[in-house]
Design a protein around this ligand. Structure first.
Ligand SMILES: *Cc1c(COP(=O)(O)O)cnc(C)c1O
Length: 400
């Protein structure tokens, strides 16, 4: 067995052995603490990607280390056929702090959405005369399994991996007539991100979400919120549905819920507790390490009131963006809490991301002319100022 060391050798092996799925920069990440990452050359990066809106407590927080170490020496895996202690503890915590009654755990956002799609179809089969269609949105992102890709409204995906899973209709956001036209007796659910994340941080209007809730009630169909990105404090409340004061029937969570440990959940009301044995499951559903870590992450967010920090720091970021808006011709600034996007005057997203990385700052460009910021919920004003120091330098060089 050969141990590979040194950045050059690592990158050479990576190019040979890792299946190509995306362009990655020529660095190898090695260490993380708080808001910072270090690569194998010891270069330090201020992280405003946050593991893709995942590392809600920052990198390697003590509470996660402790939870993993404790649970690893107690029980790593019993089997999905048994209850375990952290699973029950974590389920209760989520029920206590949400409007839901039941939870199914899995490992990724896509899987949680698969569960939501299956549950809505099951309810349709049992109680809505076999209705199976789900209305989703143009520009939405629900993940990369076949059903989640079929549900997503990414235009580039529309021709990929045909034939797609049938039964999804895509409508533009904030257009009530489009939804009313799309609904048929075959419709079992409407599925949405309350704020579209990958699409470039686009929020659905308050009155629109209220009208959809009303429509779902009238038709007896389910409202599904994909809160994989917006959930667990990201938007300044524990769940984004709280901003809208509208309760969905199903909510999916992933990303921030595990703080970096692979974990997701689908939450629903007792009325929709309709799966039969064997309809849904998974080898790692309720895996003890994941459950212990999820409990530690979510209870830390609640105890430290990090939702409030997300709100306060998010407002600070927006206020600072407002001050440079005219100078750099920013087209729009959008966001809620620490999920923030802004539009550049031209398609310079990639270039700005690359130049920031050179200078030790990690940010994301989800669309060619959009920059997205999604730092850990622990971010401080000083770290935001540090971020703006680099970002403004780079914008000056690229667009000044
Ligand atoms: C990231 C994301 C997903 C997919 O999650 P994975 O863990 O990558 O499968 C689904 N929905 C939304 C809104 C997301 O942001």
């Amino acid at each position: 067995m050969e141990y590979i060391d040194g950045t050059e050798a690592l990158l050479e092996e990576a190019k040979k052995s890792i299946l190509y799925v995306t362009e990655r920069p020529a660095i190898v990440m090695e260490k993380g603490k708080g808001m910072y990452l270090w690569d194998t050359d010891g270069k330090k990066y201020l992280d405003f990607i946050g593991g893709w809106a995942v590392t809600s407590l920052g990198h390697c927080p003590d509470v996660m280390i402790k939870a993993l170490q404790e649970q690893a020496s107690e029980l790593i895996n019993a089997s999905p056929a048994f209850y375990n202690k952290p699973m029950i503890q974590f389920a209760k915590l989520l029920m206590d702090y949400s409007c839901f009654d039941r939870v199914f755990f899995s490992n990724s956002g896509s899987e949680a959405n698969e569960s939501a799609i299956k549950l809505a179809r099951k309810y349709g089969e049992k109680y809505l005369n076999g209705a199976y269609e789900i209305i989703t949105f143009v520009n939405s992102f629900h993940g990369r399994t076949l059903a989640a890709m079929s549900a997503s409204g990414k235009s580039y995906w529309s021709k990929l991996f045909e034939p797609k899973v049938k039964g999804f209709k895509h409508v533009p956001i904030n257009d009530m007539d489009a939804i009313i036209d799309a609904i048929t007796p075959d419709t079992c659910a409407i599925m949405m991100e309350p704020i579209q994340g990958e699409g470039g941080v686009y929020a659905l209007d308050q009155s629109y979400i209220e009208a959809i809730r009303k429509l779902c009630d009238e038709k007896g169909i389910l409202l599904i919120f994909d809160e994989v990105q917006t959930g667990i404090g990201r938007t300044g409340k524990l769940f984004a549905y709280e901003h809208y004061q509208v309760e969905p029937d199903i909510m999916t969570l992933a990303k921030g819920i595990g703080g970096g440990f692979p974990l997701s959940a689908m939450l629903t009301k007792e009325k929709y507790n309709v799966f039969d044995a064997g309809d849904q499951g998974g080898t790692y559903s309720g895996q003890p390490l994941a459950m212990k870590v999820g409990y530690a992450v979510v209870s830390e967010i609640i105890e430290k009131d990090l939702c409030c920090n997300a709100q306060v720091q998010g407002e600070y970021i927006i206020s600072r963006l407002d001050t440079i808006k005219n100078k750099y011709g920013l087209k729009a600034i959008r966001g809620q809490g620490l999920l923030i996007g802004f539009d550049l005057p031209s398609e310079k997203g990639k270039e700005i991301v690359a130049k920031c990385m050179e200078k030790g700052l990690l940010i994301n460009s989800p669309q060619p002319a959009t920059i997205r910021l999604m730092p850990a919920l622990i971010v401080t004003k000083e770290e935001i100022d540090e971020m703006f120091g680099i970002l403004i330098d780079v914008m000056e060089a690229v667009m000044g």
